[in-house]
Design a protein around this ligand. Structure first.
Ligand code: MG
Length: 366
């Protein structure tokens, strides 16, 4: 038995206490190489040290003993990826709860008349949001997503074979929401969007069934301001953000699409894009490459205004005059959003539609 290690020495070399080693043996893990029948002393082989190290790491990762035992009988990288995804889901759910708590804190500060809940005590822009989504009359799947998490608002239009598109748009917005944290600013928003893209890319890379999935992203953060509202706008793809003031719609984003490039180069008249056969071909998307190329702008808005974020399910079905008509007719942001989705469906409903409407108004310094 001179090559074997007594439990005390094995414990010292493996970093696992004798008590832990005994409990592992009871679970069928790291069973001693020999037990002295007279004294009951346990002995381990030096060759068991690597397995002890692996078990210690898996325990540190929070994996239950029963799962480790099954894993060691049939080890492989697939199970590690499975545990990794479970961890991602758990962390994401904790982060979502924290993000919601942050939103609640903002509401609490507003309710108490204390605008210091945001951006170092700058006067806050008041925000009244509404949103609506619909699968569309002619679609079997739903791949759009919305995010309403003041001061952050976003829409995403997923792409890829089911369930890829649906997962991509939801994962992008969940990641964006979690990563957009104080200090709020345009660069924070851009970095959160890059994180969202990485999350989609890595997930698609890890799961063969999700290969090629991606999404558009249009996100607006309302950053407050005394006389005017400072906005940060991030865009990738052909979802859009508009500003609506005094009956006029102005587009805050520039589409990344084949038809937009044809329009920009003078080869297509702007009014012809809706019927072009390559209308839905994008030149940029989120999550389809390790690094995303996104547009970031910082418009300032004086006075009260209405923000519209929407996927192409709305803009491909309705022209700007129709959209402006609905935004003028319905004062309540939720109702306006619902009516815009109805408009898209009345005009054919060829696609999923996601709409966010936000009324913003800078708080006057008192
Ligand atoms: Mg679409």
């Amino acid at each position: 038995m001179d090559e074997l290690l007594a439990i005390g020495e094995f414990s010292a070399r493996s970093g696992l206490s004798a008590k832990v080693l005994r409990s592992y043996a009871a679970a069928g893990l790291l069973v001693p190489a020999a037990v002295d029948p007279w004294t009951g002393y346990r002995y381990y082989a030096p060759g068991q040290l690597p397995e002890a190290g692996l078990i210690l790491l898996l325990r540190q990762a929070g994996v239950p003993l029963s799962e480790i035992a099954a894993f060691l009988r049939d080890p492989g990288p697939g199970q590690l990826r499975h545990w990794e995804r479970a961890l991602d889901r758990e962390v994401a759910s904790h982060r979502r709860a924290l993000a919601e708590a942050r939103g609640q804190l903002g509401l609490l500060a507003t309710a108490k008349g204390n605008p210091a809940g945001q951006d170092g005590g700058k006067p806050m822009t008041t925000m009244a949001p509404g949103s609506a989504t619909d699968r569309g009359e002619a679609r079997a799947t739903y791949q759009d997503a919305v995010l309403v998490s003041p001061p952050l608002f976003a829409v995403a239009d997923g792409m890829g074979a089911p369930p890829g598109g649906e997962i991509a748009s939801r994962l992008a917005l969940d990641t964006l929401n979690v990563r957009f944290a104080a200090p709020y600013g345009a660069e924070t928003l851009a970095e959160a969007a890059r994180e969202a893209s990485r999350a989609v890319w890595e997930r698609a890379d890890a799961e063969p069934a999700l290969e090629g999935m991606g999404t558009t992203l249009t996100a607006v953060a309302v950053l407050g301001g005394a006389e005017q509202s400072q906005l940060a706008v991030v865009n990738v793809g052909d979802s859009r953000a508009y500003l609506f003031r005094e009956g006029q719609l102005s587009q805050l984003t520039h589409d990344h699409s084949v038809v937009q490039e044809l329009i920009d180069s003078g080869q297509l008249a702007p009014e012809q894009w809706r019927t072009h056969p390559e209308r839905s071909l994008l030149t940029r998307a989120l999550g389809v490459a390790p690094v995303v190329d996104l547009d970031l702008s910082r418009p300032a808005v004086a006075g009260s205004a209405r923000l519209l974020l929407c996927t192409d399910g709305l803009t491909a079905q309705a022209d700007e005059a129709e959209i402006a008509g609905v935004l003028s007719a319905f004062a309540d942001p939720d109702q306006a959003a619902v009516e815009l989705v109805r408009l898209a469906n009345r005009n054919g409903g060829d696609d999923n539609t996601a709409v966010v409407v936000v009324d913003i108004s800078p708080q006057q310094a008192s």
